[in-house]
Design a protein around this ligand. Sequence first.
Ligand SMILES: [Fe+2]
Length: 348
Amino acid sequence: MSTSRHLLATTCLAGVLAAGVADAAEVNVYSGRHYDTDAELYENFTAETGITVNLIEGNAEELVERIKAEGANSPADVLITVDAGRLYRADQEGLFQPVQSAVLNERIPAEFRHPDGHWFGYTTRMRVIYYNKDTIDPALVQTYEDLTRPELAGEVCLRSGSNIYNLSLLGSLIEHHGEAAARDWAAGVVANFARPPEGGDTDQIKGVGTGQCGVAVANHYYYVRLMTSDDPADQAVVESTGIVFPNQDGPDQDGRGAHVNISGAGVVANAPNRDNAVAFLEYLSSPSAQTYFIAGNNEFPTVEGVEWENPYLAELGAMDVKRDTVPVAVFGTHQQLAQVIMDEVGWK
Ligand SMILES: [Fe+2]
């Protein structure tokens, strides 16, 4: 989004705030997602409903702080962000209100929404394993638990232990194995680090592709971005990097499925345009919006039964991947403990 458009939207919201009344044909959306295709999606909502979307984009922490600072007068109707752990944090700040919508409850599976309707998941993403095809036998990295194997000493790259994606992944291990085993796992991963945590998800994949790391963990859509890049360096990374959707087979926990997280949204506690906000959330779960999300960032729909295809995900064999069905809300409830463990084991 351009700066001028950003300012325009901000000005418009200030007008709403000054008037102190809701405009019947508006919804003010604060979004921590940054994909151009999302803006087109919102335009389609306006075309269908006549409700104008005023979009404020920013990083998730800034948006949460902004809504807190605006308090009871906040013009925010909807907050969109990625990772159930971030939605949990916003909810802990009291930023959301409960929404009871038969449409949303029917379309979105229970494991992808807050039990009382504080937020709803619209897309899913998998956090998966990458390996260097020249140096690592993929048989060694079929599960998250494999990352602690002694054969992988000096091979493993992951980003910071304070990163929300990693906190949610560790939260899933706490849920499945309990605190002590999760701590052992985190310590085992740190013991296998190829380098101190640095960079984002894409940097972990590039680390594998360039041979700095034998193994890495990152969300699946970053790999698709590299697949679709024109940069020869990115193509070289894809060429030398294999992808594993973890925990597909095996007894008990080994076959529980790949760790799945969401991007989601909720209606803000003091939303001046509450009805429009609910209509917007319902729109995001519509088949057309769901397929739009999939094309935009190569994520998966949360709504079952949506007809969709994605050539890149098909090429990766991602269409039939078994996913962990643990409710994503537990990543939030385990988040504080996950951070304590990360700090204890020196996962910086
Ligand atoms: Fe991401």
